[in-house]
Design a protein around this ligand. Structure first.
Ligand code: MN
Length: 206
């Protein structure tokens, strides 16, 4: 198990193949057009996680990373894809789909709880413990410390294993088709956020 750190893009050839890719982002905050994209974490479910850091003056060119994210043959796994899809499209200009979102899958199956955070899900499904201590740290600095790197990597480390646990639960409860339709809608949901409908439910009567 190793965490690989890169500046501005992945090296060519890294993560080639056709396996799903676990993806997460760290930003300067929750308002996508204000709070710049600082880090993209990505893993193919093997032993390594890759961190791609973007500098404050980045042009977000990143052709190797973008090619992977935009590849329609690679499913992208997220926990709360809605946020990451918006940040990736806004800064990198690619829609990183098709999507599997572990938070959506959790909400459609773990109806006995309202605890759908990554830490809770990893704990219940895999019996592993991840720290969320660095969640609100400064991702914009020139150096990321070891705790930040480990935290960032752990956010993509468990998504493949969780998908394997969540798919049987979705099938058991007869909700796989509904989940897939939700996943397929997530790019549009992210675009609605960026277009000015972040909280308004356009399906509601009001
Ligand atoms: Mn994260």
């Amino acid at each position: 198990m190793a965490v690989h750190f890169h500046e501005e893009d992945l090296p060519a050839g890294v993560l080639e193949g056709d396996s799903p890719l676990a993806v997460d982002t760290e930003t300067m905050g929750l308002i996508t057009h204000r709070d710049r994209l600082c880090l993209v974490q990505i893993s193919d479910g093997g032993k390594d996680e890759h961190l791609v850091r973007f500098a404050p003056d980045s042009d977000y060119a990143a052709p190797n990373l973008k090619a992977l994210l935009a590849d329609p043959g690679r499913i992208k796994l997220y926990h709360y894809a809605r946020f990451d899809l918006a940040a990736i499209e806004y800064y990198l200009g690619v829609m990183a789909a098709p999507v599997f979102c572990t938070k959506i899958a959790s909400k459609l199956t773990r109806t006995y709880t309202d605890r759908h955070g990554l830490k809770n899900l990893v704990s219940e499904l895999l019996g592993a413990d991840i720290s969320k201590q660095q969640q609100s740290s400064d991702w914009g600095g020139a150096e990321l410390n070891d705790a930040q790197r480990e935290y960032a990597a752990s956010d993509v480390r468990f998504l493949h294993a969780m998908r394997e646990k969540l798919i049987p639960r979705l099938e058991r409860e007869g909700r796989m088709e509904m989940a897939q339709a939700c996943f397929d809608f997530l790019p549009t949901r992210a675009r609605l956020d960026m277009a000015g409908w972040p909280d308004h439910d356009i399906f509601s009567h009001q």
